[in-house]
Design a protein around this ligand. Structure first.
Ligand code: NI
Length: 174
């Protein structure tokens, strides 16, 4: 497996729409395995194709708790086919917006249809953190980031904070 480079804002690929995967072949299976490894290395709970520079509708998630055994899910062409009326608020982060967090409202439960790494059609009914993560990752495939749901004031504050950290890091490295 290969650890991939995670693209961070403002990389344009994060704002582009990923294309549907036509053939779920061994290359796709390899990419999904690499994405999972990259996600674990970054201590994330989800990762989408755009985040590793691939405009393919690929998502990996693992929402198992620290004391639980891993529960990796690899999704090709995931789409939400049903969701609850109710929403829940969750403090979200993103490997492409490192170490910045904000509260976002998402549907409490979703049903997601997708193909697995063997090209088989699957469905998953999700609630809790998994429901949040799936919505966050599917957004990535459409070029949407969690900061898009914030007020301009909150978003600007978060982005300024990120820039400040980046400047400090650059100065430390000089
Ligand atoms: Ni993200």
């Amino acid at each position: 497996m290969t650890k991939l480079t995670i693209y961070e804002i403002p990389e344009p690929v994060l704002r582009q729409k990923a294309e549907p995967v036509e053939n779920v072949d061994s290359t796709i299976a390899k990419t999904l395995a690499d994405m999972l490894e990259t996600m674990y290395a970054g201590h994330g709970v989800g990762l989408a194709g755009n985040q590793v520079g691939l405009l393919q509708r690929l998502v990996v998630v693992d929402c198992a708790g620290e004391d639980e055994k891993p529960n990796p899910i690899k999704l090709v062409n995931p789409r939400i086919i049903a969701h609850s009326e109710d929403k829940v608020c969750h403090n979200e982060g993103c490997l492409s917006i490192p170490k910045e967090y904000a509260d976002v409202d998402r549907y409490e439960t979703v049903i997601v249809a997708y193909q697995d790494e063997y090209g088989q059609n699957q469905q998953i009914a999700a609630d809790g953190l998994l429901a949040v993560a799936l919505q966050h990752e599917i957004d990535h495939l459409d070029g949407i980031l969690f900061i898009d749901y914030l007020s301009k004031l909150k978003r600007d504050k978060l982005l300024r904070h990120l820039e400040k950290k980046r400047r400090q890091k650059m100065e430390e490295e000089q």
